[in-house]
Ligand binder design. Structure first.
Ligand SMILES: [Zn+2]
Length: 122
């Protein structure tokens, strides 16, 4: 999970792909990424230009979730990024194959949580 003040995972630019562990992922090498977050918009100027700023007082998050159809607030969720300062994060992978594997693993984990929640309330 990505959190706190280092919005890039893996944290070290010399790190290897978090899925296969074989290839280095850094800005100097070809890689794919999931990049998310928010920017704080300035007031639009008279010329119509509106600046977007990376600021310290934003926190980014990325969850996968499930909500029951009973309207009772039953839910399950998988946190991928939480409380990331400056509001932006990046998850780096060596290839789309590894990105797909990561996302499939996330969905598999979410499904396990959904099943556990359903079993708890059945
Ligand atoms: Zn990889």
């Amino acid at each position: 999970m990505v959190s706190d003040d280092n919005g890039t995972f893996p944290h070290d630019v010399e790190s290897v792909c978090p899925v296969c562990g074989l290839k280095k992922v850094s800005s100097e090498k070809e890689h794919v990424l999931i990049h998310g977050g928010a920017l704080l918009l300035d007031e639009e100027s008279e010329s119509g230009v509106q600046a977007a700023n990376l600021v310290d007082n934003l926190q980014a998050f990325l969850f996968m979730g499930w909500e029951s159809n009973h309207g009772d607030g039953t839910y399950a969720e998988l946190e991928i990024a939480r409380d990331v300062t400056k509001g932006q994060f990046s998850l780096l992978f060596c290839s789309t194959k590894c990105m797909r594997s990561f996302l499939n693993t996330c969905v598999d984990n979410l499904e396990k949580q959904i099943e556990a929640v359903k079993n708890e309330f059945s």
